[in-house]
Design a protein around this ligand. Sequence first.
Ligand code: ADP
Ligand code: MG
Length: 216
Amino acid sequence: MNANDALDLPTLTTVLAGVCDSMVASIDDFTHADQALGDGDHGLAIGRGFRAARVAITSQPRTDAGDLLGAMGLALLNSMGGASGAIYGTFFRQGGRAVVGHQQLDTGTLATFLEEGLAGVRARGKAKVGDKTIVDAMEPAALAARASTTLTLPEALVAAANAASAGLESTRAMRATLGRARALGDRSIGHVDPGALSFTFMLTELSRLVGEASRP
Ligand code: ADP
Ligand code: MG
């Protein structure tokens, strides 16, 4: 673990607010992905959710990383709706609960957050790698973060985001077995999963913004 390049709580809050802004600015991409495989509402859900999450984390000071991430989760759960609202809400709430008491984001905290968030999502939605869902991006990201705890925080985030990207790309060839896309059967093949796309973009933006915040 590299305590040296850990993000303190105010910096983490600023970075997460920036991630929320990036998500809201990219909702058209998520809409298009969900138009190919679902009902086209994933962009609207992400827009509602991350606007609310931004308000939740910037309107009052939070006591630790768990409180901050958990507040995002509650806002996402209460505002997004649909399958992805339950999934994103569970991810941030269960992941956040696992890092209560952590005053900084370091590589160990990142790995624990991603692992426990993933465990919550898997328990809630019953998706496994290969089902063509957000889990196809989330699980490789959590594994990469755990394998990267001796690197710097920006390096660990690049590894996690790259692993999510590879997982996202792997969903293109998959036939959906869960959620709305399941009804398409073979016609679900050839498109990436919308939830995996939004999750990968979120981690990529987190990586980019932490990189900027960590530069001397
Ligand atoms: P809805 O399917 O209710 O319209 P969204 O369009 O906002 O909700 O989100 C769809 C995304 O939710 C999918 O692309 C997939 O990644 C994710 N998803 C759906 N069901 C599950 C599940 N059981 N487990 C994990 N993720 C799921
Ligand atoms: Mg949808």
